[in-house]
Design a protein around this ligand. Sequence first.
Ligand SMILES: NC(=O)c1ccc[n+]([C@@H]2O[C@H](COP(=O)([O-])OP(=O)(O)OC[C@H]3O[C@@H](n4cnc5c(N)ncnc54)[C@H](O)[C@@H]3O)[C@@H](O)[C@H]2O)c1
Length: 307
Amino acid sequence: MKILITGGAGYIGSELVNHFIRDHEVVVLDSLMYDATSLLRYSSNPNFKFIRGDVRNIKLLSRLMQDCDVIIPLAALVGFPICRDSPREAKEVNYEINKWIANNKSKDQKVIYPCTNSGYGSRSDGICTEESPLNPITLYGITKVDAEKAYKDVENHVTFRLATVFGPSSRMRTDLLVNNFVLKTLRDRVLVLYECEFMRNYGHLQDVCRAFKFVVDNWDSCKNETYNMGNDALNMNKLQLAQKIQEHLPLEIIKAEFTSDPDVRDYIVSSQKFYDKGFKCQYDLDDGIRQLLTAYDIIESPWYANY
Ligand SMILES: NC(=O)c1ccc[n+]([C@@H]2O[C@H](COP(=O)([O-])OP(=O)(O)OC[C@H]3O[C@@H](n4cnc5c(N)ncnc54)[C@H](O)[C@@H]3O)[C@@H](O)[C@H]2O)c1
């Protein structure tokens, strides 16, 4: 099969390529906003093709879409700070281009779109399933959820609502919560926690990539549905996360009682619907923390954030 991954040079995409490249042709379209070297490792692979360009270049996008079997549109302005700072671009890249893909892909082409479970916003009333109402609280969340809706009635789609991803990548992101806490612990040995009771759901990057591959390999049983995708064992609050890191590194935890976190996500998420299709997570938080420590040893003073 031929798989087009937009935004494939990013944190998820640069690892995702590795899950497909042995058995499929992979074409990446990316404007290289961040790390221009994240895909270097594939450059000698005959199954790999890279095109530097903007997804908003409709002529280019439609040419690349023409002969591909699977489209994985990862290209986005990711995270609330960058969307707040560039709202027009966020709407165009995160929403309008996805709407265009939804309207213009052929019926047989498969599309797998990653929304974010931050769309569940802030809720303390039970566990979020795919039936729970979406309540995005930032422009990032709104554009992602709008794009998910654009795919909803399109034949041959799957949409994921991804947990906060963690673990090392060829395009590192240290703004993601687990990656960030491990780095701060390593550097400062101190974590100041705002709203330490707030619950979040996490998923290891390699499990997220395995989930995309699983859907491609089990298309008929998975298609035309939305799935939460995270590790259900990793619904935890920030204090529990910090305490987990403390098992690996010396760390002083300071609870900030009077300051609030601008990211007010607070929820528990179930990915049982996806697990019922046969998918199992393989990586836990200890794996991720150990791997992150190795990665941070290699890249000496990393600060790779989307802002
Ligand atoms: N990482 C997470 O925790 C997470 C969680 C939920 C959903 N997602 C979604 O997964 C996708 C990938 O996220 P990521 O963490 O890899 O982010 P990332 O910021 O590392 O990657 C985004 C990539 O998109 C590219 N891009 C941005 N605008 C573009 C444009 N106009 N044209 C072409 N390329 C463009 C960037 O160069 C970058 O390589 C995004 O759609 C994001 O919303 C990520």
